[in-house]
Design a protein around this ligand. Sequence first.
Ligand code: KIV
Length: 262
Amino acid sequence: MERKKKTIADFKKGSRLVMITAYDHPTARLVDEAGVDGILVGDSLAMVVLGLPNTLGATMEDMVRHTAAVARAKPKALLVADMPFMSYERGPSQALKNAARLIRAGAEAVKLEGGAEYAHIVQALTKAGIPVMGHIGLNPQRVLAIGGFRMLGRTEEQRRKLLEDAKALRDAGAFSLVIEFVPASVAKEVTEAVDIPTICIGAGPYCDGQILVLHDVVGLSERPPSFAKKYADAATVIRDAVRRYVEEVRSGQFPSREYYRD
Ligand code: KIV
């Protein structure tokens, strides 16, 4: 049976949503065929695709190009694109201009990192008809200010701030919230405090959904985070295939008769 196209209306509280990242056309096709609800063109592409040490190097040009590649796969899943570092911090007019570029590239929603201090940006985007997914907890774009990729929400002050952030983003119009790398009990409290779906990464089972980075899931990441489950070993599959190709060319086995014409 043909799957129905997912929209933000399908992102309902309590619906056990499944999201994963994809950054190019072939993997977007595969993850969509696997039945995810949402695909994120994450700025994690800076690390897992471009080999950078953190996500600060992802540019609008990177995000637009990769979003367009994923959109060409015409996924049934909701297509969300990340607003990269310094693409919205200067204010609503910068955010509107850059979010519009992602939407024109094929995104159906944008995600941005930050709490209550960015509620005015979320409000400006949603007013303009651009659905926004918030992202609280560990915000990798703030890695320099935090001093590393650390769990947040362990102190009372951080826990209270997370709750305030979630409510402020919800009030500003966000349709869902990613919660990254906080204690499961805190993610549960945030999930119960807002009436929009929460999507966890490294934050336990009590959220409305889960999201992981594709390269961590299939075993292509060099240093996957401890909270990511590896479901396959694509690195071994690729390395073995290319090794066999190298051997066969060197031994004269490839190209054999069926792979060329006279
Ligand atoms: O960029 C990304 O992949 C993300 C997920 C980790 C949520 O923001």
